[in-house]
Design a protein around this ligand. Structure first.
Ligand SMILES: [Zn+2]
Ligand SMILES: [Zn+2]
Length: 267
């Protein structure tokens, strides 16, 4: 329903990354998968999540609750998956990669970083013309990072017509978790860190025992990671007005933003 309300297309959805098997984080999954079946999806879907998620979907299928007529490629992780590595790449396309690390929650929970690959520098058309390069396929070759030969024997290197490579944009998604080094590692230098802030600092003991973070702790994670922006979310329902959470985060990380349903952030 939120995909429709946000004006997004199910057909462009390539992957779903589930953090953990608490209802507020995955109860919507069977409905979403079923809706895409009704929309006649045919393209394969990548689904990543904690161990057990495959069995859960299989059971719904066996009970004829869930019908999925397109291929779903499921990758599951448990604690043992991280015995000999810190991080796993779970998705890679020409434009993006997604990596995951385990967080620290009451049950096994995964955090994710979605990162755009480094983009080539801007193509300087004027400079290309000055060098006498005919527009057409040779422009494309240079743009793709290949050197080209001209009819007069000169060789043009991409660096002669391309600006410096542009770093890709990135987002880290860290919930549910208490403060942990893997959350900071996922958030290292990202453009946006989306971090849970379930409680205010008054309830720090409660946060710790339930495997959650306070708003202050989420801001400290953003600062420690050198994240450019922080979006806090996952507020306890005890806060009818979540403003105190935002104020607490802003005392540590002044640019912090509070998530709202269907919020749009451009960067
Ligand atoms: Zn949870
Ligand atoms: Zn939760």
């Amino acid at each position: 329903m939120q995909v429709v309300r946000a004006g997004l297309s199910f057909h462009r959805l390539a992957g779903i990354f589930i953090t953990h098997l608490h209802g507020d984080h995955f109860n919507g999954l069977p409905g979403l998968l079923s809706t895409m079946a009704l929309e006649r999806r045919e393209a394969p879907l990548t689904l990543v999540g904690p161990a057990g998620i495959g069995e859960y979907l299989d059971t719904l299928g066996r009970l004829r609750i869930l019908f999925c007529n397109y291929p779903v490629q499921i990758t599951q992780f448990g604690v043992e998956a991280f015995c000999d590595r810190e991080e796993a790449e779970v998705y890679a396309s020409a434009r993006f990669t997604v990596v995951t690390r385990p967080l620290e929650h009451r049950i096994f929970s995964l955090g994710y970083r979605i990162a755009e690959r480094t983009r080539p520098g801007r193509f300087n058309v004027e400079r290309a013309r000055e060098l006498g390069i005919p527009s057409g396929p040779l422009f494309g070759r240079l743009q793709a990072g290949h050197s080209i030969g001209l009819p007069d024997g000169r060789v043009i290197e991409p660096s002669e017509v391309l600006g410096p490579p542009r770093p890709g944009r990135s987002v880290a998604y860290c919930l549910d978790t208490r403060p942990c080094s893997n959350a900071t590692a996922l958030a290292r230098g990202v453009d946006w860190l989306i971090h849970e802030a379930t409680y205010t600092e008054e309830l720090v003991d409660e946060a710790n025992s339930y495997g959650h973070s306070t708003a202050r702790q989420s801001a400290e994670a953003a600062r420690a990671a050198g994240a450019r922006n922080l979006l806090i979310t996952h507020f306890s329902s005890r806060y009818a007005d979540p403003l105190p959470l935002l104020e607490e985060a802003r005392a540590i990380f002044p640019g912090a933003t509070m998530a709202e349903d269907l919020m749009v952030i451009e960067f």
